[in-house]
Design a protein around this ligand. Sequence first.
Ligand SMILES: Cc1cc2nc3c(=O)[nH]c(=O)nc-3n(C[C@H](O)[C@H](O)[C@H](O)COP(=O)(O)OP(=O)(O)OC[C@H]3O[C@@H](n4cnc5c(N)ncnc54)[C@H](O)[C@@H]3O)c2cc1C
Length: 407
Amino acid sequence: MSIHLQPGDAGYDDNRKALNPALDPYPAEVVLAETTADVRAAVLSARRRGLAFAVQATGHGTHVAHDGALLLRTHRMASVLVDPDRRIAKVGPGARWGDVLAAAAPFGLAPLSGSSPDVGVTGYTVGGGLGWLARRHGLAADSVQRARIVTADGELVTADADRNADLFWAVRGGGGSFGVVTDLEFRLYPVSRVYAGAVTFGRERAAETLACYRRWIEQAPDELSTALLLTRDGRLVVKAMYSGDDLDRGRRLLAPLWQAAGPPLADTMQVVDYAGAAMGGTFARTFDQVRALSDDLVHALVNEPDTTVEIRHWGGRIARDTGAAAHRDAPLSVILDTVPSARVTDALARDGIGSSFLNFLPDPSRVETAFTPANWAALRRVKAAYDPGAFFSAGLAVPPAALQASA
Ligand SMILES: Cc1cc2nc3c(=O)[nH]c(=O)nc-3n(C[C@H](O)[C@H](O)[C@H](O)COP(=O)(O)OP(=O)(O)OC[C@H]3O[C@@H](n4cnc5c(N)ncnc54)[C@H](O)[C@@H]3O)c2cc1C
């Protein structure tokens, strides 16, 4: 049975908020769902009453205040089932990555989770899902096998390669615009021990290290994922995860980067369980992908004050897969946790492709930049087919394609 909370009810305040403390939403009603039937009832109730609708599992990806809406909370639907023979996990919409990591690890299996075990599996996956195994096994969205979805008319549909294939394509990366996902089935991979962590250096040789990095990535195998950080406290940090079988090979492959960076100040690289590797992330106030790191961009980034910059290696399986999510042909992303100076802005305008990644995008007005033009147009057509009235329009929404005027 779902619980319905209105302003003034005990529990309303605890359940109305997102993670971002700057948001202080006052939904008309908060519904705590327990079953798929509760989800359908909530969608139909919002429609009947003309309320805006929003769904939230953990609040990690909520970027707007859902004032006056019906806010559906799914955190009580957190079931996780692992089928070790088929290497599949099936989860409810409230499951977090930590739940899946714990359920899969005893079988020597891993999901394509991201930097935090607290993030919701469904929100992360429908937004693309870029984790530390992505170069080897792809974006999480591309590993989805089947989803069950409550659509805007309150119907429960199955979406997979054979049924509602257009919806299946859209929900794997197009975000939460196409319905409420009530079950998600996705592949697991035989990864248990990894060589992972970070090595910290001073900033003296940052420019040389970035110049080395742009050549080095061309030979990095898919089992190796890296990010270089220039931190606001004056450090250069190389984060890495190697998931190949010969874990010593990871150390050998990384050695040229470490040599370029100079003497290390700290080194947390070690062989650990994948489930326990704490890789962290950088808040992406500014994001773009670049085809190359020009000298000019390197110089601008290295000299940017009071900012943390993260340069991350994409490519590998991400680039070989096709799917709705992301721009896949640029090998590097550049993230800054601030609004950049004119110099960095100009350099990024020259080297960048003007993209975003849905899961790292805090700005609902820029959703289009998370997709290629062809995928954006296709997503809008699927939206028009399944939700022409844009009932699911909260947050990072895809608008329906305009209806063709009939002749
Ligand atoms: C600390 C932190 C670390 C992160 N690390 C990574 C990372 O490594 N890689 C990465 O790709 N992303 C990462 N993210 C981004 C994260 O994946 C997105 O913010 C994601 O939307 C969070 O989903 P959620 O369910 O936890 O959040 P919520 O705020 O509960 O939901 C966010 C959105 O997800 C959609 N959604 C949620 N549930 C459903 C559902 N049942 N059906 C349909 N749509 C739904 C809705 O659009 C909703 O607005 C990180 C975010 C944080 C805060």
